[in-house]
Design a protein around this ligand. Structure first.
Ligand code: FES
Ligand code: FE2
Length: 339
């Protein structure tokens, strides 16, 4: 079931059951999503104590980020007494007090006091502190994980080297737009469509006019892949960085569009689009213009595939060795994580 030949010329694509069988969707929660990294926000966009939910619709895991002048961390947002959510709104605080029975925690997560608990044995213990999540910051982007298979550095260190000489300066980015698209398709179908430019001439006629399809390249790394499209002028028109399993960082001359793919059910996915702009004047030009139209074209084709893979006559396909390296790499990682 989860065998994808490392040789793309011999390999068959992921079996249709992966997308259609609800049991695999359930399994993928722990096997894939709990063990990888999720994007939270940019450090510039949070202050003090900020509540977040990790993967709404899948885990709904309540967490908070804590930002002080010296450090940022990510803690569980669930009181260790009887489970009340601690922080409902972003706030500035020196400590966290549970609104239910008054348990208090330091910003480090350590529990420091609890009324009416004098006679409780073996209290407090470590289990009464708020759990601190594995957390990472890279170029001002913040990430957390539930139980990562590897450090965030291992997820992006190799591909980041590829960016070393580049002009992409993350410091001046401003969040200007945030929107969600709901798609009637399995999350992996959305991702694997993103991972190949093969469909651009067929599905995205307008985009095809500004990207030189012949020069489109895909490089794969341990847990990520990078697609690069050149413009007619021979300059990089767009870079598409995918971090397994569901994060997309799209680099355009104007800034970065971040897409977070959130599985909701085997046939429903929400994709969050976060627009971080550096230079607004460049937004109407090139591959990074009119992302909304491109998104609708992608959604239509992915929703059509969702219907197609249910067919009794479809089990899996084959890959183009020159155009589908990113999709092959993605399927290999799914197979690896699902084992
Ligand atoms: S649930 Fe937090 S103090 Fe009781
Ligand atoms: Fe597309």
């Amino acid at each position: 079931m989860f065998e994808i030949d490392p040789d793309i010329r011999k390999a068959k694509t992921l079996h249709a059951d992966f997308y259609t069988d609800p049991a695999y969707f359930e399994l993928s929660k722990e096997k894939i999503f709990a063990r990888s990294w999720q994007f939270l926000a940019r450090a510039d966009d949070i202050e003090g104590v900020t509540p977040f939910v990790i993967l709404p619709g899948m885990f709904d895991e309540p967490v908070i980020t804590v930002k002080t002048s010296e450090w940022i961390s990510c803690l569980s947002n669930v009181c260790t007494h009887r489970g009340k959510i601690l922080v409902e709104e972003p706030c500035h605080a020196d400590l966290i007090r549970c609104p239910y029975h008054g348990r208090r925690f330091l910003l480090s997560g350590k529990m420091i006091s609890m009324p009416e608990f004098e006679d409780v044995e073996d209290f407090p213990s470590e289990a009464d502190d708020l759990k601190m999540l594995p957390f990472a910051e890279r170029q001002g982007f913040l990430f957390a994980s539930l139980e990562p298979v590897d450090a965030f550095e291992a997820f992006v260190g190799d591909v980041a080297e590829r960016f070393a000489d580049d002009e992409y300066d993350a410091s001046a980015l401003r969040l200007t737009d945030r929107r969600e698209y709901e798609i009637d398709a399995h999350w992996a179908l959305y991702c694997e469509n993103y991972l190949e430019g093969f469909h651009i001439p067929y599905v995205h006629k307008a985009l095809n006019a500004v990207v030189d399809y012949g020069s489109y390249t895909t490089e794969t790394f341990r847990f990520s892949s990078l697609q690069t499209g050149l413009g007619d002028d021979g300059k990089v028109a767009a870079r598409y960085l995918f971090i397994f399993p569901n994060l997309m960082f799209n680099f355009y001359p104007w800034g970065i569009s971040v897409n977070v793919v959130r599985p909701v059910s085997p046939s429903k996915t929400v994709v969050e689009f976060l627009t971080y702009v550096r230079d607004e004047s460049l937004m109407e030009k090139g591959a990074g213009a009119d992302l909304h139209a491109v998104e609708l074209e992608d959604e239509a084709v992915v929703e059509s595939v969702q219907k197609g893979i249910r067919s009794r006559f479809y089990k899996h396909g084959r890959y183009s060795p020159t155009r589908e390296q990113g999709t092959h790499h993605f399927h290999r990682l799914i197979a690896e994580f699902m084992k």
